[in-house]
Design a protein around this ligand. Structure first.
Ligand SMILES: Nc1ncnc2c1ncn2[C@@H]1O[C@H](COP(=O)(O)OP(=O)(O)OP(=O)(O)O)[C@@H](O)[C@H]1O
Ligand SMILES: [Mg+2]
Length: 257
């Protein structure tokens, strides 16, 4: 059994008195696919924002392979081996697919913004390696025939796949996916699951936020449930989805929605 790649302890984040994350604590086993579920507004995205450096937590610890990430920028955290995608899909619409991935790779390999190259042989080699990796990842997500198309022409689901490829560019230890199949055509959801499985077989761990129960159940060995910013339950997906406390948390929120 391998140890945790990620440990979150006592994480807190409030916005103007709203306790978005209220003492959340959980871990992700190295190499695993772990789910992070919970009702709308339970603090999943905010927790991930704090973990990945996009928000500064009010309190708590985030350890990646045992090292504290507190105060680091998202780029530095990515260099340490943790990347993420966003619930609202983010790609560079005017850039083609390859350029999108090379821009993401910029902090890692020294590729200049918009494809300008720094001149040293080291940078040239890094640029060649980054392009090779980008092409492999575009192949992994099944977008090779669109490699030279601007990202603007992609469907919503394809943009999510491009963002997924971007998160994989730095060969991270852990990728957090925030709702990878929300809004994706149901006929394509199994393909996304297969892509995650293949990337995971390469050694990358995943923490997946998703409301799609079938997707989470099919992929995850372990699921953490957040409710009102704290962990309500955790365990294998089938067990968690039958847990009366979990059902009540979902129903409770729906009842007041
Ligand atoms: N930037 C912000 N400013 C103010 N309040 C925020 C901000 N971001 C999140 N919140 C609030 O924090 C709470 C948690 O939101 P969050 O987006 O983390 O939930 P979530 O579990 O990701 O929900 P969903 O499943 O709907 O994506 C909500 O009450 C939300 O309104
Ligand atoms: Mg969210």
């Amino acid at each position: 059994m391998s140890g945790p790649v990620l440990e979150v302890r006592g994480l807190r984040k409030s916005f103007a008195g709203v306790r978005a994350v209220d003492g959340a604590a959980f871990s992700v086993r190295a190499g695993s696919i772990t789910g992070l579920i919970g009702p709308n507004g339970s603090g999943k995205s905010t927790a991930v924002d704090c973990i990945s450096g996009f928000q500064r937590a009010d309190a708590g610890q985030v350890l990646l392979d045992g090292a504290d990430l507190r105060g680091l920028t998202p780029q530095r955290i990515a260099r340490r081996g943790l990347t993420r995608t966003f619930q609202d899909v983010r790609v560079y619409e005017g850039y083609d697919l390859l350029q999108n991935l090379l821009v993401v790779a910029q902090p890692f390999v020294g590729v200049g913004w918009g494809g300008e190259l720094l001149r040293s042989a080291g940078y040239r080699r890094a640029r060649v390696a980054a392009e090779a990796r980008a092409r492999e990842l575009i192949e992994l997500v099944g977008l090779t025939r669109l490699v030279e198309a601007p990202a603007a022409v992609l469907s919503y689901g394809q943009k999510k796949l491009l963002a997924f490829a971007g998160a994989m560019m730095s060969a991270p230890r852990l990728v957090v996916l925030d709702e990878p199949v929300a809004g994706v055509n149901p006929t394509r959801i199994n393909e996304v699951a297969e892509i995650v499985r293949r990337a995971n077989a390469g050694g990358t761990a995943f923490l997946i936020i998703e409301h799609n129960v079938e997707f989470i159940t099919g992929l995850c060995e372990h699921v953490v449930v957040l409710d009102r910013g704290a962990k309500l339950a955790e365990g294998p997906p089938h067990q968690v989805h039958q847990d009366p406390r979990v059902l009540e948390a979902y129903l409770g929120v729906e009842a007041v929605a």
